[in-house]
Design a binder for this molecule. Sequence first.
Ligand code: PMP
Length: 276
Amino acid sequence: ALAYFNGKIIGIDEPVIPIDERGHQFGDGVYEVIRFYQGKPFMMKEHLERLYKSAKAIKLEIGKEQEELETIMLQLVEKSGLADADLYMQATRGIAPRNHLFPTCPASISITVKPARELSQDVRTQGVKVALLPDERWQNCYIKSLNLLPNILAKQEAFEQGCFEAVLVREGIITEGSSTNVFIVKEGRVQTAPLSNHILAGITRMAVKEVAEELKVPFIEKSFTPEELFQADEVFLTSTTSEVLAVTNADDCQIGDGRPGSLTMQLHKGFRQKTR
Ligand code: PMP
C-alpha cells in the first residue's frame, strides 16, 4: 500500500495533512473509489467524469486535467505493485486558515492505494441482511461529497442491528444504500431508482445496466417502496467494492427463498466478466 499527497508519494501511515486543510476541517471536497483488477482500472473514465462533475457542483477547481490525474493514478498503482487494488482519491479546497468562504489556494489531492478488499465467500454465497432507515441526507446526493455523516450513522445503526447495509428511505421510497445502489427483481425484471439528485449515479449501477441489456433482461429505472422491496423475488446491492451483492433479508423479512437470487448471480457473473 502507498499514498500520495499534493505531488509526493508517501507511506500510507505518514502524517501529511496540515491542520488547516479544508477536507480535514470542513469535509470540503469530493472523492472517488476506483477498483483495479489485474493491474487495470475498471471504468476509470466514468469515475473521472463523475469526479469532475462532483467538483463542478461544489465549485471546486481540481487544477489538473483529467488525463493528468489519470496518469498519476495509474503510476501509483503500478508503483504499489498491487494487481488487485482499491484506489481512493479525494480533492479538497486546499490548505488555508479556517474560514467558511472559499480560499484562493490550489486544491489538495490525496490518493491511497491498498490491496482490494474482497468480500468473504460466505457473504457472497449467503447474501446479506439490510436494515431500512430514514434517508437523512441533503438534496444533492448525486455529488460524491466527503461529508458522509448521515451515511456513516445509518451504516453503523444497520451494523448494530446485525446488518451489512442501511437501505435509505426518503418520503416513502427507497433511494439507495449508505454506500451502495439498491435493486429489486420482480418477475424477471430488474428495477432500481432513477438517476436524480437523491442518489449517487453508481458506476457499478451503470455496468449492471449494460450487463442486463446484454442478457436481454428488462431494466427499469423507477422508484420503489419498502413494500415492493419486501415482496421482491430478489434484492441486490451494487458498489465498486461490493460489486453485485445479494440481499436475502430486509428488516427481518426474508427475501424470496432466503438465498441469493439466480438473476442476481447471473448479473454478478456478467459483471465479473466485464472486469477482465
Ligand atoms: N451510493 C452511495 C451513497 C455510495 O457511496 C456509493 C459508493 N461509492 C454507491 C452508491 C455506489 O457507487 P459505485 O458503484 O460508483 O461505487
